[in-house]
Design a protein. Sequence first.
Length: 198
Amino acid sequence: MKIVAATNNKHKLVELKAILSQLGIEVLSAAEVGGIPDVIEDVDTFVGNASKKAIESAIHLGMPVLSDDSGLCVEALDGRPGVFSARYGGPGLDDQDRCHKLLDELKNCDNRWAYFACVIALADENGKLIGSSMGKCLGNISDEMRGEEGFGYDPLFIPKDYDQSFAELGEEIKNSLSHRKNALEKAIADGLFDKLKS
Ligand code: ITT
C-alpha cells in the first residue's frame, strides 16, 4: 500500500518512512507527488490540525494522505509549547533557538515533566477523513542540549526510564518508543489503514 505523507518536515518524513516500511506501507514524500498545499494550521488541537492537513492535501492531490501534527507539552508551562511547538518563540527561530528559549523558560524550575504528542490523521483520495490516532511519549526536559541526532526538541527530551536524550539515543531507539511510533501503532490497531484500503 502507498500513501502520501503530507509534511514538509524532512525529519518527520524519515521517521514515518522508517516506522511504516516495517509494516509494509510505502510512504511517498511531498516532493514525489509534486508538492503539497500550504495548509494554515490555525486549529488549537493536534487532532484539528492533523485532520485539516490530511483533508486539504488529499483534496489537492486526489490521493490518500497521512498527516502528522505533533509537539512538546511541558507541565510547568501548562502544556506549552504544545500545538505551537513549530512556532514557539516567533518567526525566524531555528530548532536550536527554540531549545534555548525552552531552557530559559525552565531556568530554576524543578518540574521538568513533559510529553511529546503526535496525531496521525488519514484521508482518502476524495478528501474524506478516515480517522486519527494520538500517541504520546512521556519524559523529562534536560538541563542542557544533548546529542546530535534527530530534530526539534530531541536534544532536550529524555524519555521516561532512559538517561539520554532522543538526540543521543538515535533514530532506531527513538522510533521504537516515540510518540510518532505510538500514534502509528494505534492507527494500525484502530484499523485506519484497513479502512483506507477497502
Ligand atoms: P508539517 O506541518 O509540514 O508536518 P511541522 O514541523 O510544521 O511540519 P508541526 O506543525 O506538527 O510540524 O510541528 C511539530 C513541531 O514539534 C516540530 O517542528 C518540532 O519542533 C516539534 N516536534 C514534533 N515531533 C518531534 C520529534 O519527534 N522530535 C523533536 N521535536 C518534535
